[in-house]
Design a protein around this ligand. Structure first.
Ligand code: PMP
Length: 352
């Protein structure tokens, strides 16, 4: 801590992002990026926008909101764009929680929720996942806290049915229920349509996974206009230009290329099925993934050892969490076909 610090953040344990190695070329299956480049339409729109970099971007994200609203079947005032979904999530902690009104989320989930809670001085409670790593929706029924649920959950990849999300939203009419749908496009049911029915529901999505734009930083929230207005007040009070011109253009281009979106998504699902089958054939337990990653363990080796051998000897990077109930597992992003073939081949050799 510097001698100038106000001390407010002295105990903060920052979020640890997955490794982003800059020195060695790995088969990178550790941070759930898409193995495919952004759509050609996103590329073209972004390149064109480079001619206008001397000008500030549109703080209202008018065209982007219009395009996304049409795609999602909501109104433009029911959507807010942010610099990655992480920013939307932080704004939700800022807007709907405080030292009196805490948050609740599963004990095993996206690691940023507890960091955002600490950052904003928000007390939080965690609810344990069941033995089989599923979320028990009953834990969140009528709870007087702001609810944060990743659906599908991370790093398990397991999804809750929409009926369970609805039950949680309906039973907490005086609390905001935030559903983080970072991975929803890979097989879960989105709660976007429920935002019309429940004015306490905030659905958060990202362009980082299924839209191949992790490097552009683009995420959004969908909710009742009142919730969006409140989040926008925070956005305009921190950084009204949080979406830069190039990203905004790329986002619009990506949304307009439905064919590419569907095609790359289908390829990921195909590669996921291949990976799940390959791992199961090698004796792995693989949780039921509705995401672009799988969470898997083998009784033959510790999660940490497999992670280390894959990284150091085979040049394949996966994500390991050395934490209770997680340390047997590794989280493996679904990459391109040849990458998953290499992975299965190398794991076969390691286990021999
Ligand atoms: N939510 C979950 C569950 C995630 O795994 C991630 C990606 N690490 C995010 C949100 C954040 O995504 P981004 O900020 O790239 O939109």
């Amino acid at each position: 801590m510097s001698r100038f610090s106000n001390g407010k953040y002295s105990t903060l344990v920052p979020y640890t992002p997955g490794e982003q190695p800059q020195n060695r070329k790995y088969i990178k299956l550790n941070t759930n990026e898409s193995p495919f480049p952004a759509s050609g339409k996103a590329f073209d729109a972004a390149r064109e926008e480079l001619h206008r970099l001397q000008l500030y971007p549109d703080p209202d994200c008018t065209e982007l909101c219009k395009t996304a609203a049409k795609e999602l079947g909501v109104s433009e005032n029911e959507i807010i764009f942010n610099n990655g979904s992480d920013e939307t999530l932080n704004f939700a902690f800022m807007a709907f929680c405080d030292s009196e009104h805490g948050a609740v989320f599963p004990d095993i989930t996206y690691g940023f929720y507890s960091v955002f809670a600490e950052l904003n001085g928000v007390p939080y409670e965690t609810k344990p996942l069941r033995e089989d790593y599923t979320i028990n929706a009953d834990d969140y029924i009528g709870i007087n806290k702001t609810v944060f649920i990743a659906n599908p959950n991370a790093p398990t990849g397991i999804a809750l049915p929409l009926s369970e999300i609805e039950r949680i939203a309906a039973s907490n009419p005086d609390n905001v229920v935030v559903i983080d749908e970072a991975y929803v496009d890979f097989g879960a049911q989105s709660a976007v349509s429920l935002t019309k029915k429940y004015d306490n529901l905030l659905v958060v999505q990202t362009f980082s996974k299924s839209r191949s734009l992790a490097g552009a930083r683009l995420g959004f929230g969908v909710a009742n206009p009142e919730i969006i207005k409140e989040l926008n007040a925070i956005r305009f009070s921190t950084n009204p230009y949080n979406i830069n011109r190039v990203t905004m253009a790329a986002g619009i281009g990506a949304l307009r290329d439905t064919e590419y979106f569907e095609r790359t998504k289908a390829q990921i699902l195909k590669n996921r099925a291949y990976t799940v089958n390959g791992l199961k054939a090698l004796g792995f337990e693989v949780l039921d993934s509705k995401t672009n990653f799988v969470f898997a363990r083998t009784p033959k080796m510790s999660g940490l050892e497999l992670y280390r051998i894959l990284k150091e000897d085979k040049g394949i990077l996966v994500r390991h969490f050395e934490k209770p109930r997680l340390s047997d597992f590794n989280r493996i992003t679904i990459g391109a076909g040849y990458q998953m073939e290499r992975l299965i081949c190398e794991i076969t050799n390691i286990l021999k």
